[in-house]
Design a protein around this ligand. Sequence first.
Ligand SMILES: Cc1cc2nc3c(=O)[nH]c(=O)nc-3n(C[C@H](O)[C@H](O)[C@H](O)COP(=O)(O)O)c2cc1C
Length: 184
Amino acid sequence: TNTNEENTSESAVQSSESLESNQNQETEDIGKSLIVYYSLTENTKAVAEEIQKQVNGELMRIETVEPYPEVYDEVLDVVEAQREEGELPTIVKQDVDLSDYDSIFLGTPIWFGEPALPVEKWISENKLAGKRVYPFFTSGSSSINESMERYRELLDQSTLSEGLGITSSDRSQTASLVKEWLAP
Ligand SMILES: Cc1cc2nc3c(=O)[nH]c(=O)nc-3n(C[C@H](O)[C@H](O)[C@H](O)COP(=O)(O)O)c2cc1C
């Protein structure tokens, strides 16, 4: 919808559950965290690195076996074709034992309103049942609503926390938006 195209810094943090109340219910902090992200053009990477600075977790970057094209219009075509065919890209195998972590931060660019296909693939190949997942997103202007909807389907066995969305106009405020998200 049109309203999904709009975003402001006030709506960058969209609440379903507050992180603060989650923390109060459980422990003082968020435990040992893994920050997993996919990033084609480094925007999501920058947010992942800011989160790491603030929570001290371990970073893991999802990579596709076949790189997407360098030209933006060509990426759109390739991704559109993959979405139409319901085809998820093969990702590079990485050994990670999720049972080592209490919290999973999961970062993705928004592609056609939804989480990027390599992240869907990673979700399908890993056991996130019973985990607490903190989703974060970057986009040109789209809100995180549709992507959160998709995650509610994909991660129905996980505890999904409030999402953080950083649009291109929010980018310069990344550090403070992350801080606010972690400790509202
Ligand atoms: C295939 C594709 C689809 C995209 N679809 C959207 C979209 O629906 N809404 C939006 O605001 N931005 C969209 N974008 C822009 C990206 O979400 C935005 O540039 C994001 O910050 C890129 O993150 P990255 O640098 O980590 O790859 C799209 C980009 C690509 C490559």
